[in-house]
Design a protein around this ligand. Structure first.
Ligand SMILES: NC(=O)c1ccc[n+]([C@@H]2O[C@H](COP(=O)([O-])OP(=O)(O)OC[C@H]3O[C@@H](n4cnc5c(N)ncnc54)[C@H](OP(=O)(O)O)[C@@H]3O)[C@@H](O)[C@H]2O)c1
Length: 285
């Protein structure tokens, strides 16, 4: 059986309708979020942001900081939520040092910035390949290791926290101090001492970053090959699968047919419960 799925977790857009009881947002609000919701059994409830519209619970969404473009905002939720959760898993604290394996990718670029500019790490060291060393330094890394030239065993310094975004803990564990937390965001972790960390999807963790995003301390990093048009989605995924992305790969979906497509009451701009199946149908197929 072939199951159809509309991919995409992250989104940024404008509220065009709201369900009864939605208090947090109004029609016209600019919002962003990760809609990858899970049910009580931990099973994936929805995906589908590669669509013109999504129906999403208000708890998953936050107001978009006004200084961010939609593209910038859409690049943040999943990656930043993953990084935050990894830091929580490790109990990472101000003044501690961190080694980030893979500082140039979607999660890594945010992990570097969070460590330096939000958590107040004493020392942020990250790895990437030679062409990206200066770029990762510009995000706030104190030292960047070119993994094509230096092996983990050659690094003398040891760190309070090892955060591995590429699934290499069987090798990278050597840079962690004795007993220091080792967090791997890929499954399954390849070192027995590594703890797998997944993300917590909610709008609150995005709201908590408002001051850092508004002040520009935390920046969205958009891969320079994008943004891709909706018609080039396959190309965008092929590029992502090379494992060479620099920051986040963005796809733009233009809601050109918006007023005629949205199944909301055009007089008072609300979505009634009866309209939800139609809206969800549009969002997930
Ligand atoms: N647990 C969760 O909740 C969660 C959430 C999101 C993502 N993930 C997983 O986390 C992983 C990373 O996601 P992502 O979105 O950050 O991936 P990504 O953007 O595709 O990562 C690409 C980056 O990986 C770097 N890289 C590749 N090999 C490397 C190596 N040996 N050493 C250092 N850097 C290396 C590349 O840098 P160079 O070109 O310089 O090599 C590139 O910049 C994926 O496996 C993803 O499925 C898990």
């Amino acid at each position: 059986m072939l199951l159809q799925v509309v991919p995409g977790c992250d989104m940024a857009g404008v509220v065009v309708g709201k369900g009864e009881g939605v208090m947090k947002f109004s029609i016209g609000d600019e919002v962003y979020g990760n809609i990858q919701d899970f049910n009580a059994e931990g099973k994936l409830k929805q995906l589908g942001t590669l669509a013109e519209y999504v129906a999403v619970e208000e708890t998953l969404v936050a107001l978009k900081p006004s200084n961010l473009s939609f593209e910038e905002a859409a690049s943040l939720p999943l990656a930043v939520q993953t990084a935050i959760e990894g830091f929580i898993t490790a109990g990472f604290k101000e003044g501690q040092s961190i080694f980030i394996v893979g500082g140039a990718g979607g999660v890594g670029t945010l992990a570097v910035q969070l460590a330096k500019h939000v958590y107040g790490a004493s020392r942020v060291v990250a790895s990437c390949s030679a062409p990206k060393v200066e770029f990762v330094k510009s995000l706030g890394a104190d030292l960047v290791i070119d993994y094509t030239k230096t092996k983990y065993e050659e690094i003398q310094e040891k760190y309070d926290f090892l955060y591995d975004t590429i699934g290499d803990t069987k090798n990278s564990f050597v840079v962690a101090k004795d007993g220091a937390p080792i967090v791997d965001i890929t499954w399954p972790p390849s070192h027995p001492r590594a703890v797998y960390s997944s993300l917590t999807v909610c709008g609150k963790n995005l709201e908590s970053l408002w001051p850092y995003l508004e002040s520009g301390k935390l920046k969205a990093v958009l891969d320079p090959t994008g943004p891709y048009r909706f018609t080039d989605v396959i190309e965008a995924f092929r590029y992502l699968e090379t494992g060479r992305a620099r920051g986040k790969v963005i796809i733009i979906i233009s809601p050109s047919a918006l007023p005629s497509l949205v199944p909301c009451d055009q007089t008072n701009k609300t979505i009634t419960p009866e309209m939800m199946p139609q809206l969800q149908e549009m969002a997930v197929h």
